[in-house]
Design a protein around this ligand. Sequence first.
Ligand SMILES: C[S@@+](CC[C@H](N)C(=O)[O-])C[C@H]1O[C@@H](n2cnc3c(N)ncnc32)[C@H](O)[C@@H]1O
Length: 231
Amino acid sequence: MKDIFGKALLDFFNGHYTEDIITSTSISAEDELPLIYLFRTFSEMPPLEKKALKLAKGTVLDVGCGAGSHSLYLQEKGFEVKAIDISKGAVAVAQKRGIINAEVLNILDETNAFDTILLLMNGTGIFQELKQVATYLKHLKTLLKSNGQILIDSSDIKYMYEDDDGGFWMDTNSNYYGELDYFISYKGEKETPMKWLYLDFNTLKLACETVGLNCELIAEGSHFDYLARLS
Ligand SMILES: C[S@@+](CC[C@H](N)C(=O)[O-])C[C@H]1O[C@@H](n2cnc3c(N)ncnc32)[C@H](O)[C@@H]1O
């Protein structure tokens, strides 16, 4: 990983903003991810993220914290928060923004237990592909204190396969339709391609059942997105 994402966050934080990150996927064309969005305040967050933050209780782990916007809000509210990310640049930015406990760490290497675990901005993306979901969920379960909760958001991206006639063009012999290859570039530099998983609620619920987690639909967004609580 070249940590293009982290470089872009550091540039933005250090006042060297000139352009946004360009993203594309195996099923969609290039799009801009505005860097300022990754520095959003509570009032600028989508309703599902606001809802998740309002449901937080006890000690919190923010998984894939990015620039640390969710952690910052909760820390300012008095929560004890740990923010982790595999991006060194992201963690550096989270620390510079004032997150007291931020660490470069893969979620699979986390060993402490928490009352609330947050995975936000398509939290299931971190699982990468359907066959890895159970591995991640089993591990997340070991990080929950008794009565703990995992708050995770994602989207059912079936709509992205819909053609003008209302039919769907997905290949039913291929992998799960939410498994995407994800490409990012910034200032002409390309990141190593990543796998990024969107999970519809029912598939997430089924996967939770196989590992003994309860999965509850908390809220649905305006565009096939949802927030779930696993416990
Ligand atoms: C879409 S960004 C979301 C950032 C932040 N949560 C937000 O909402 O602004 C996903 C983040 O997850 C991080 N990430 C990906 N895989 C991870 C893993 N296995 N463990 C920890 N962080 C991971 C990425 O580096 C990236 O910063």
